[in-house]
Design a protein around this ligand. Structure first.
Ligand code: PBG
Length: 325
């Protein structure tokens, strides 16, 4: 036989040399949920190993993240009050604004990204302002811009709009520019599907819609060409990084977006992806750590430059300690 592909698989050394994709701690972003109070550390039942923490505890988490070499965190806020406008989302002393300031004060080199959305903050649980029982796109843009600005003022490095309103990247970019935050970046949830994989997150953040669903703003899970349309629009509107979400069931989308877009591409491996692995691991049905690393690598192989993942700390530890036998 002349062609024997096994020659380049014979031992660990040659495998290491011909390996096409490598996962690095530099690729990882760790999501954290922040609430009001002091000394708070409340476990999230559906997301083993994750907690809703107060700002002081968040700083400890952030220190651990930094010590593992993970370059960035993304913050989600759990407000004290909800109302029809999601007012706490843009309050100067809102839960996220305070948390950002606390982290940036203690660990300025850690990149802080903030999720910009209204669903945790509105009493109806939708990602925008409701008018005539509909999520009103243009009324929402104004509120989102205020949210993004308040995060920038608190010191966020990047704001990450996850609402899927049309035109929000432009609206936020223009607000940031005109208010002097020209260096605050936008990580756009450009391609976000109306997915059932967000279940544990909605539990964690108490953000499930009280009526209807998110299908009039988040994307139809059957659509791939539309992903390119959304990604190109956000590039045009001034996004700095384009995100695809979820990741695991959308590797084809990550690949397509990567091949059409020059900007960095991020993928969000969401709460349901994490919870499934944890649950099967706890049952002893899979080797959780190996499955985790395989999933993360597959997201990288599909074309993601960055991965937002609840596995970031575990992944970073393995990357630090691992040597192939
Ligand atoms: C807010 C938001 C959601 C997620 C990130 N930002 C929930 C949603 O759109 O319902 C999901 C993240 C996850 O499941 O890990 N809009």
């Amino acid at each position: 036989m002349i062609r024997r592909p096994r020659r380049t698989r014979r031992n660990a050394t040659i495998r290491r040399m011909v390996r096409e994709t490598a996962l690095s701690v530099d690729d990882l972003v760790y999501p954290l949920f922040v609430k009001h109070g002091r000394g708070e550390r409340e476990p999230i039942v559906s997301m083993a190993g994750h907690y809703r923490v107060s700002a002081d505890e968040l700083v400890k988490e952030a220190e651990e993240v930094r010590s593992l070499g993970i370059p960035a965190i993304i913050l989600f806020g759990i407000p004290q009050r909800k109302d029809e406008m999601g007012r706490e989302a843009y309050s100067r002393d809102g839960v996220v604004q305070r948390a950002v300031a606390a982290v940036k004060e203690r660990i300025p080199e850690l990149l802080v990204i903030t999720d910009v959305c209204l669903c945790q903050y509105t009493d109806h649980g939708h990602c925008g302002i409701i008018k005539n029982n509909q999520v009103d796109n243009d009324a929402t843009l104004e509120v989102l811009s205020r949210v993004a600005l308040s995060h920038a003022e608190a010191g966020a490095d990047f704001v990450a709009p996850s609402d899927m309103m049309d035109g929000r990247v432009r609206a936020i970019r223009e607000t940031l520019e005109s208010e002097g935050f020209k260096d605050t970046g936008i990580l756009a949830y450009a391609v976000k599907y109306a997915s059932s994989f967000y279940g544990p997150f909605r539990d964690a953040a108490d953000s499930a819609p009280m009526f209807g669903d998110r299908k009039s703003y988040q994307m139809d899970t059957a659509n791939a060409r539309e992903a390119i349309k959304e990604a190109l629009l956000d590039v045009e509107e001034g996004a700095d990084i384009i995100m695809v979400k979820p990741a695991l069931a959308y590797l084809d989308i990550i690949h397509r977006v990567r091949s059409r877009i020059e900007l960095p591409v991020a993928a969000y491996s969401v709460s349901g992806e994490y919870a499934m692995v944890k649950a099967a691991d706890q049952k002893g049905w899979i080797e959780g750590e190996k499955v985790m690393m395989e999933i993360l690598l597959s997201i990288k192989r599909a074309g993601a430059d960055l991965i937002l993942t609840y596995f970031a700390k575990e992944g970073a530890r393995i990357l630090r300690d691992y040597e192939e036998p």
